[in-house]
Ligand binder design. Sequence first.
Ligand SMILES: O=C[C@H](O)[C@H](O)[C@H](O)COP(=O)(O)O
Length: 228
Amino acid sequence: MDQNQLKKAAAEYAVRFVEDGMNLGLGTGSTVTYMVAALAKRAQDENMELTCVTTSSRTKRQAEGLGLRVVELNEVDRLDLTIDGADEIDANYQGIKGGGAAHTMEKIVATASDQVIWIVDESKMVETLGKFPLPVEVFDYGLTQITERLAEQGLNPVLRLDENKEPVRTHFKNLVLDLNVGQIADPHALADQLDHEVGLVEHGLFLDMVNKVIVGTPDGPKLIDHIR
Ligand SMILES: O=C[C@H](O)[C@H](O)[C@H](O)COP(=O)(O)O
C-alpha cells in the first residue's frame, strides 16, 4: 500500500467518531482531504446535521463544494470534535503541524475543541520529534530581527519558499520560517521558548492536544485511544 492509501484508510476510519448534530473542526492537508470526502458522504447518506469550521480556504472550498455546512469559528461556542492531520507524532503523542502553513488556524480550532483526532499514515509516527522542520508563522515586520534571534538560539530558521521561489504566505498573509532543530528532546521547553518570542505568531508544536490518533498501516487503520 502506498502512503496515500494509508492516509485514506485512516481518514475514512475517523468519520465513525462523528455524531449527528456535532460542531466539527476540519483540519487541512492531503489526509484531511480524504476525510472531508468521507464525511460529506456519510452526512448525506445518514442525513446528518453537522456544522463545520475549517482551518484553511482549501478545506472550506472542498467542504462547501461537497454540501457540508461551514460557519466561521466565531459563530460557534465550542467544537465537539476536530479531525486533522499531522506532520510528525512522537511516542508521547506530541505533534508537529504546519507543513501546509495552516498551523495557526489549526491550533486555534484544536484549542476550541472538546476532542481532537489526528489521522496519519505510519511514516509520521516517530520516537522523538524533529526530523520534520518545525514551522513558525512570523510577520513580515521584523523578519530580519526574528530570524537572527532564532538563529542565535541555534534553531536554524529557513524562510519557506514556494516552487516559484516566492515566500509562502499563510492564510493571514504572514511568512513561515522552518526551524531545523534536530531531535526535540523536550518539546515543552522548546514550545515555552517560542511562546516568549516577540513577533512569532504561532509555532507548529501541538502539545497535549490530541485525544485519539488513527494511524494508517498496511494491516489496516490502528486506533490509539484514551491518550488524554
Ligand atoms: O499545515 C498543515 C497541516 O498541519 C497538515 O495537517 C499537516 O501538514 C499534514 O498534512 P498531510 O496530511 O498532507 O500530510
